[in-house]
Design a protein around this ligand. Structure first.
Ligand code: C2E
Ligand code: MG
Ligand code: MG
Ligand code: MG
Length: 286
């Protein structure tokens, strides 16, 4: 049976189904077909500045509308793609698509692309990034790569070299889902992040009196400020949360309160075709 995953997306594969080797294999086969036949799409969710309420960029989010099962969440199929070796091809496709689409956006509007630890561990990755930028014409400064704490579990010793290579290209680096993964802060000493994304589990309930999440957000923002990093509060759903995370000093907000992911064509409409990022609240005609 389908179940809600708490993010408003229905999972059409139950845990039992995913556990079965047969359905796992079917899912792999369907993903390979989808990748070669254009079955995946990318949607874009706005990231908004807390200081002037303008859209500064969009996060690229992978979407898969399965031909018979309907929409499947990336939270369900990305882990399978990572296990079966498909994430490299899928991740490259997302990177190239997002760069090409973002190159059409006005002004300095950025695009953020999620990068799997498996992609990050591959020495060829910086060359892929360079190629995606060159083919699309997107300036490196407008591409942000989102990585998770999972990259620090790599023991090959190549993580520092990867950070250096990516910073040399000029892309921005964001630490995604901060606070939910690898329980060490040591990597913040050297990793050259431009931004920390505060996981939505800390935003959830933070605006309620006595909730401890606000204290945690405040501590993360203090840490990020001291290290010269921006902060995005993820999963902001209501006005009270906008005000709270702004008061706590977060520099950016991302969440349903400002909109869900939309197709690239709608981004152009949201941005109003102006040279500069459009103010939030500018409604599309759809
Ligand atoms: P993420 O990178 O942390 O992306 C944010 C997720 O939170 C997205 O879920 C987004 O739709 C959801 N979200 C945004 N605002 C809100 C809100 O206000 N409330 C709630 N409840 N949810 C909100 P989505 O698109 O289902 O993606 C889930 C995860 O799948 C992503 O988490 C990311 O880890 C992974 N993912 C998505 N696209 C890609 C991709 O292209 N490559 C890789 N490697 N992973 C991806
Ligand atoms: Mg992300
Ligand atoms: Mg996140
Ligand atoms: Mg996440």
């Amino acid at each position: 049976a389908a179940k809600a995953d708490g993010r408003g997306v229905h999972r059409f594969y139950s845990d039992e189904m995913l556990a079965g080797a047969k359905s796992r294999k079917a899912l792999e086969d369907d993903m390979r077909t989808a990748l070669s036949e254009g079955g995946f799409t990318v949607c874009y969710q706005p990231v908004v500045s807390t200081t002037d309420a303008h859209i500064v960029g969009y996060e690229a989010l992978l979407r898969w509308n399965h031909p018979t099962r309907g929409p499947i969440s990336p939270a369900d199929f990305v882990p399978v793609a990572e296990e079966c070796g498909l994430i490299e091809g899928l991740g490259e496709w997302v990177l190239r698509t997002a760069c090409a689409e973002a190159a059409q956006w006005p002004g300095e509007v950025r695009v953020a692309v999620n990068v799997s630890p498996i992609q990050f561990a591959n020495p060829v990755f910086p060359a892929l990034v360079t190629s995606a930028l060159a083919h699309s014409g997107l300036p490196a400064s407008r591409l942000e790569l989102e990585i998770t704490e999972g990259v620090f579990l790599d023991e090959s010793g190549s993580t520092d070299a990867m950070f250096k290579a990516l910073k040399a290209i000029g892309v921005r680096l964001a630490l995604d889902d901060f606070g939910t993964g690898y329980s060490s802060l040591g990597y913040l000493r050297t990793a050259p992040f431009d931004k920390i994304k505060i996981d939505q589990s800390f935003v959830r309930g933070a605006a309620q009196p006595g909730n401890r999440n606000a204290a945690i957000i405040r501590a993360i923002v203090t840490l990020a400020d001291t290290l010269g990093m921006e902060t995005t509060a993820e999963g902001v759903e209501i006005q009270d949360e906008i005000e709270l995370v702004r008061d706590l000093g977060c520099s950016h907000i991302q969440g349903y309160v400002y909109g869900r992911g939309v197709p690239a064509a709608d981004v152009i409409v949201q941005l109003g075709g102006t040279r500069h990022a459009a103010p939030v609240g500018h409604k599309t005609s759809r």
